[in-house]
Ligand binder design. Structure first.
Ligand code: C2E
Ligand code: CA
Ligand code: CA
Ligand code: CA
Length: 279
């Protein structure tokens, strides 16, 4: 009825208003957090499923100080992306990841790779590749140890700046990985048009692997396709040995998830690595 429609409308407008207020207050907190350097990177191991060794780590951003509400990246990254701040924090993430990776190499783990997440808006700016070059140079890190995780969204834009930057990053020797694979646009032509190295199966598929025939079928088909195209496959969100065993049988190359470790601070990561890889 009319009455109900009106109530529904005011309900939504109130909700939108609260959402806007919430966003504004997170944004104010984020600006302070950037000034105060209240962010850290945490690291989650990527395990080679053929030998059980940790060969790489994904760097995940944490707002670890002055974050009373405990906001996680899924909440605050989209807000950063809607402002200029994503470029500033993104630059810091690349620099910090290269610094830490070099530190691990100096500590004797000299084959460890590091992955960073990069938003599509970051690729829109030509200065992005310069930040990457500068960070690698600053820490004297070889480009093949750095992997960029990007989403399908980046590759379907047909944007000249993005295409040129991806090409120069690949020419330099950086690894490219497609994150959240299968949940995006399913236009696979970019797998042929861009020099991609790895695809990362989204955790929404991996979590269902041992309970849903359909999820299993998709994961199996993706791994087979990837191997024909000479791509590595990483499964994210591996929480149980049942799922790990299925992935081993499907010849999935790498996996990450709570079964091994959540993302942890730099020091804890390197300590756990000692026990992991020296068994
Ligand atoms: P993502 O890149 O898909 O990262 C995977 C997310 O799954 C991470 O959440 C990770 O902590 C979580 N995860 C890892 N293992 C498991 C598991 O076994 N089970 C479950 N249920 N979850 C698991 P997180 O750290 O909260 O990050 C969320 C998203 O925020 C990331 O998704 C990524 O899109 C974005 N993000 C994180 N750090 C950065 C960054 O430095 N820059 C940009 N642009 N985005 C970032
Ligand atoms: Ca990722
Ligand atoms: Ca992902
Ligand atoms: Ca994601």
């Amino acid at each position: 009825s009319k009455q109900l429609g009106k109530n529904t409308f005011s309900y939504y407008s109130k909700e939108l208003h609260e959402e806007a207020l919430r966003k504004t207050s997170i944004l104010t907190g984020l600006k302070d957090a950037i000034e105060q350097e209240s962010f850290d990177l945490h690291f989650q191991p990527k395990v080679n499923l053929s030998n059980g060794k940790v060969e790489s780590a994904e760097a995940l951003l944490r707002w670890s100080r002055d974050n009373p509400s405990g906001f996680m990246p899924d909440e605050f990254i989209p807000i950063l992306e809607s402002t200029e701040l994503i470029h500033e924090i993104g630059k810091w993430v690349i620099d910090e990841a290269c610094r830490v990776c070099k530190k691990w190499h100096d500590a004797g783990f000299d084959q460890l790779c590091i992955s960073v997440n990069v938003s599509s808006v970051q690729f829109m700016r030509n200065s992005f590749k310069t930040h990457v070059f500068n960070a690698l140079k600053k820490y004297d890190l070889a480009p093949e140890f750095l992997e960029i995780e990007l989403t399908e969204h980046v590759l379907i834009q047909h944007n000249a700046t993005i295409t040129a930057q991806l090409k120069s990053l690949k020419d330099l020797g950086i690894q490219l990985s497609i994150d959240d694979f299968v949940t995006g646009y399913s236009n696979l032509s970019y797998l042929i048009n861009f020099k991609v190295d790895t695809i990362k199966l989204d955790k929404s598929f991996i979590l269902e692997l041992n309970t849903s025939k359909n999820h299993f079928a998709v994961v199996k088909a993706v791994i087979q396709m990837a191997h024909i195209l000479n791509l590595n496959v990483v499964a994210e969100g591996v929480e149980t040995t049942a799922v790990r065993n299925i992935l081993v049988n499907l010849k999935c190359d790498f996996a990450q998830g709570y079964l091994w470790s959540k993302a942890v601070p730099e020091k804890q990561f390197i300590d756990s690595l000692e026990s992991f890889n020296k068994v």
